[in-house]
Write a new protein. Structure first.
Length: 327
């Protein structure tokens, strides 16, 4: 082989070596990019994921897993699927194996558990409400008859009985509505008639303090479910009364203001009672800070207003509930 052939062969070998090196670099870069893409995808997943080596040392964990170190410490690696609870949250743990690696997923099922619990509580509540409804109706009828026959000295006692029955009937009605779902029956009425209905209901709602109640409903015609909207505003007013009763002051005030916007009728209900401890839990069913509450009133109000395509907002400073209804 002459020197020219040797030179050409060497040149070809160098070029091939260079090409192989470039392909390796490109392949290595592609692999690194692929690793980064996989890590980015895994990190944005809402599920905590851990990947362990065969000796249970950490190989990979995503962002959610890094936030759940307490959960990782309580994992049972001998099970393949189970549920556990930590800090009031429920998780479904799934463990699988692949290529000498152990893959662990912790799926947050808190909302699912909450839904199941509410459904169970709703079924029990509906059953009790049906059982209680008939005897309460009989007591209500008998108390009305008794009120016509007793002397003036005993009428106060009968009025207290009727007030207690009124509260019980409200709880039964709210429970049945909550479990069956809200169905609206629209009629034409004037907003100002809500004021009269609220004051009628207040006659049966007992409270001990001097409370000034000012309800500025407008004289405007509207088409909606009158009975259900009455329930909403009555519930809000009764809650305001209870907040004032819980305060250290001997008196208080409740004020409803109205505002008309381009697309909405807005009602602002203010009260001077105790502040709201946790605004995030206000509309949660079966949760209440009141001793005489059942935790359904505000949750039902939210359902009713949502069925009318409106909304309820809690304002903390000053304390206020804002009910918005579409025009």
């Amino acid at each position: 082989m002459n020197s020219k052939n040797i030179e050409d062969s060497l040149k070809n070998l160098i070029e091939q070596t260079y090409q192989i090196e470039q392909e390796y670099k490109n392949l290595s870069l592609s692999y690194q990019n692929l690793q980064k893409i996989v890590k980015d995808v895994v990190d944005v997943l809402p599920t905590a994921i851990w990947v362990l080596n065969s000796d249970n040392t950490m190989f990979l964990q995503n962002a959610q897993a890094l936030k759940s170190k307490g959960l990782f410490k309580m994992l049972n690696l001998n099970k393949t699927e189970y549920e556990c609870e930590l800090g009031g949250l429920f998780y479904l743990i799934k463990i699988s194996s692949k290529d000498n690696k152990k893959i662990i997923q912790a799926i947050d099922i808190t909302n699912q558990k909450r839904t199941e619990r509410l459904a169970s509580m709703g079924q029990v509540a509906a059953h009790l409400a049906h059982e209680i409804r008939n005897p309460v109706g009989s007591i209500s009828l008998l108390s009305s008859t008794l009120l016509k026959r007793v002397d003036d000295n005993n009428k106060l006692i009968v009025n207290e009985i009727q007030s207690a029955i009124f509260r019980l009937e409200r709880i039964i009605k709210a429970t049945l509505l909550f479990t069956k779902g809200v169905q609206i029956n629209r009629i034409n009425f004037d907003f100002i008639t809500l004021k009269h209905e609220c004051f009628e209901a207040l006659k049966f709602y007992g409270y001990s303090k001097d409370i000034q109640i000012d309800l500025n409903f407008p004289n405007i015609s509207y088409n909606a479910d009158f009975a259900l909207l009455c329930m909403v505003f009555e519930n809000l007013i009764f809650n305001a009364i209870d907040a004032i009763e819980e305060s250290d002051e001997e008196s208080g005030n409740i004020r409803l203001e109205y505002e008309k916007t381009k697309n909405e009728h807005k009602f602002y209900l203010y009260d001077s009672g105790v502040s709201i401890a946790d605004s995030g839990m206000v509309f949660e069913p079966f949760k209440t800070s009141k001793l005489n509450g059942n935790g359904l009133g505000l949750s039902l109000c939210l359902q009713i207003i949502a069925a009318h395509k409106g909304s309820i907002e809690v304002i903390l400073n000053p304390k206020c509930f804002c009910v918005s209804l579409p025009c």
